[in-house]
Ligand binder design. Structure first.
Ligand SMILES: Nc1ncnc2c1ncn2[C@@H]1O[C@H](COP(=O)(O)OP(=O)(O)OP(=O)(O)O)[C@@H](O)[C@H]1O
Length: 630
């Protein structure tokens, strides 16, 4: 029986129902979280042909926000299904399998900021994982040994050099032990979740932090020279970036209902200058970092962006940038990055909705390889390398200061983003509307202990920082989506109305009250009540109470039906009145119309009446009646 649905139309409740519908957050369909990377690689290996390095297709003056229209809106979309790798765990090798942990948040607040509408997600902590590199050949030859312990549960224990000092314990979301593979990092670091969110329209960042020679570049791009020499994208040594590109294209191929446009850019910050790695020019002219009032974030002016239609296009961008970035040698790393690099893949998704409406979201994923902090005494840097080291250390100090301020929830004051180019460009990832993953890279040996502890402290602070992820959409699209929600709500209402009218014809009070599975108490004469045992009396009372409550429900439903029917009746009688009036108007216009005579429906003998139109039905009737009366 459809009566249950009619409760929604109880006069007292209709308003509330509408408000609830308005507040219902839009949720994107959940995305699969743990898929096998090797499978995706196989699939793509079959479908992707290798191409020559990409030709640059566009110079962009894009502002941050992925080409958003003026007055564009930011609108939170999906249910944040958080899959930050294995929660609180330590990963030794690939064979130690496990699925990503999942924390869920919901999008539940609508707020307005200037002209734009924001539907916020829950706050999201920066996710921090630690990767420990293996002991190098050089360290081994110096008799160095492992000074770290991994008890599991995401913990790292740093044993001190002297037995009198206490060991220090740190805990993170995931710890990758020296034996962990590149594939493990993709699977369990949470980067897959970042890519899924970028596809849904969020701004995401994965950055590697750590001292020089701790394995940041190895984690992101593999061993030195691998990308630059043009190895196949499916080479087993590739780092997180290439693996992420493959996963990104897999995600896209799994969403045939959407049209995607990928654009990539690649820059480095070298000695506090921003250099475009896709178009450095012979003079390596620096680009300007500017503030956008519209999106309220910093952006790089005149940066090259490249349309990437295939995996090879994206790989070629990486290859080109890796060739152009600044690399140097010092005593701790023969392939040391002398700059911070930032590769950004913007993901525009056009989703064709019903009735041909297209909604666009603008997500992005940044991969940031920070230059390593250096103790210049240990690296023996001089001249140019020393200047580079000083700049690297200065910008990392500003980053550290920003992280310290942001992580101190209570006395959070001014955050000095403007003090370095690096912090300007990472501002949104650190405290804005993005989703961020920090990979803290450490070396496991005694000689690196103090820097390892510094990195671990840095990472522990970063873990406390919260961001508020939101989906960026064009204002027009946001409006369309909200209208679509309203239409859906109205359609539901309409459906209920139809049900109500159906009930009007089928409704039968007797059938309803006698039918169903309701237990009805048997009628007992009052004088026999005293003879009933206590247990039966209790049951009888219960039955009567049940009966009463069921009758109350029925009554309120019947009132609902009655109100609906009265409303319908009123609407129908108004509609009838309107139609009758319209008919009268039409008749009166037609009777007087001078045009009608061109096609008269009867030819009267009386020429005087030639201009008068007569309704054929009524005239026939009048003729008949005239005939019959004669
Ligand atoms: N997990 C690992 N497995 C094998 N080798 C590694 C690993 N991590 C780092 N290495 C090796 O250690 C060396 C230094 O690593 P890498 O250049 O990535 O350090 P970095 O932190 O980027 O240093 P810098 O800050 O100076 O650029 C490289 O030869 C790299 O291949």
């Amino acid at each position: 029986m459809a009566l249950k649905n009619l409760q929604l139309f109880h006069p007292g409740k209709s308003k509330m129902v509408y408000q609830q519908r308005n507040a219902t957050p839009m949720r994107a369909p959940p995305t699969a979280m743990s898929r096998s990377m090797s499978k995706s690689a196989e699939t793509l290996a079959g479908s992707t042909k290798y191409k020559e390095p990409v030709t640059r297709k566009a110079r962009s003056t894009d502002q941050p926000g992925g080409g958003m229209a003026k007055g564009s809106s930011v609108l939170g979309l999906p249910n944040l299904t958080k899959g930050w790798g294995r929660d609180d765990d330590s990963i030794r090798s690939r064979s130690r399998n496990g699925s990503g942990s999942s924390r869920t948040g919901s999008l539940d607040r609508i707020s307005t900021r200037g002209s734009s509408t924001t539907l916020n997600a829950d706050e999201d902590n920066i996710n921090v994982v630690v990767r420990v590199r293996p002991i190098s050949e050089k360290e081994r030859s110096h008799g160095e040994r492992l000074l770290l312990e991994f008890p599991g549960k995401g913990q790292v224990i740093c044993h001190n050099t002297t037995p009198s000092q206490k060991a220090k314990v740190f805990s993170y979301n995931v710890v990758f032990e020296p034996e962990a593979t590149q594939e493990d990092v993709l699977e369990y670091s949470g980067v897959k979740r970042l890519l899924e969110m970028a596809v849904e329209g969020f701004s995401c960042t994965a950055f590697c932090y750590g001292q020089t020679g701790s394995g940041k570049t190895h984690t992101l791009t593999g061993p030195p020279g691998l990308v630059e020499t043009g190895a196949s994208p499916f080479h087993p040594e590739h780092g997180l970036m290439v693996r992420s590109f493959i996963y990104l294209f897999r995600l896209i191929s799994e969403r045939p209902e959407s049209h995607f446009i990928l654009k990539a850019s690649f820059l480095e910050i070298y000695n506090e200058k921003v250099i475009d790695l896709l178009n450095p020019g012979s003079a390596r002219k620096p680009l300007q970092v500017r503030w956008s009032k519209e999106s309220r974030s910093f952006y790089v002016e005149n940066q090259f962006t490249v349309d990437c239609e295939t995996l090879d296009d994206l790989f070629a961008v990486l290859e080109e940038g890796m060739r152009n970035r600044a690399v140097g040698a010092h005593s701790m790393n023969s392939h040391s990055s002398r700059s911070h690099t930032l590769l950004c893949v913007r993901v525009r998704r056009d989703l064709r909705e019903d009735a041909g409406v297209v909604c666009s979201t603008h997500g992005k994923i940044n991969f940031v390889d920070l230059a390593g902090s250096e103790m210049t005494k240990r690296t023996h840097s001089t001249g140019k390398t020393l200047e580079e080291a000083n700049n690297i250390n200065r910008s990392l100090m500003v980053l550290g200061y920003c992280i310290a301020q942001l992580s101190d929830g209570k006395k959070r004051g001014h955050i000095p983003y403007r003090d370095s180019k690096l912090t300007k460009l990472l501002a949104d990832s650190l405290a804005g509307n993005g989703v961020t993953l920090m990979i803290a890279c450490i070396a496991p040996t005694r000689s690196n202990l103090s820097e390892t502890i510094n990195t671990l402290r840095y990472a522990a602070r970063a873990k406390k920082i919260k961001t508020k992820p939101i989906v960026k959409m064009d204002a027009r699209d946001a409006l369309i989506l909200s209208l679509k929600r309203e239409v859906a709500a109205l359609q539901a209402e309409n459906q209920h109305l139809r049900t109500a009218l159906h009930v009007q014809t089928d409704y039968n009070l007797d059938t309803y009250s006698q039918g169903g599975h309701r237990r009805t108490p048997t009628q007992i004469e009052p004088n026999k009540l005293y003879q009933l045992p206590q247990s039966e009396l209790v049951e009888l009372v219960q039955l009567h109470m049940e009966e009463n409550s069921a009758l109350r429900t029925e009554n309120s439903e019947l009132f609902g039906v009655r109100d609906t029917l009265l409303r319908d009746q009123e609407m129908l009688s108004r509609e009838n009145e309107r139609l009758l009036k319209k008919l009268e108007d039409v008749n009166s216009v037609c009777v007087r119309s001078p045009i009608i005579p061109a096609r008269p429906t009867y030819s009267g003998a009386n020429t005087m009446d030639a201009n008068i139109w007569t309704n054929p039905i009524s005239s026939a009737a009048s003729i008949t009646s005239a005939g019959s009366s004669s």
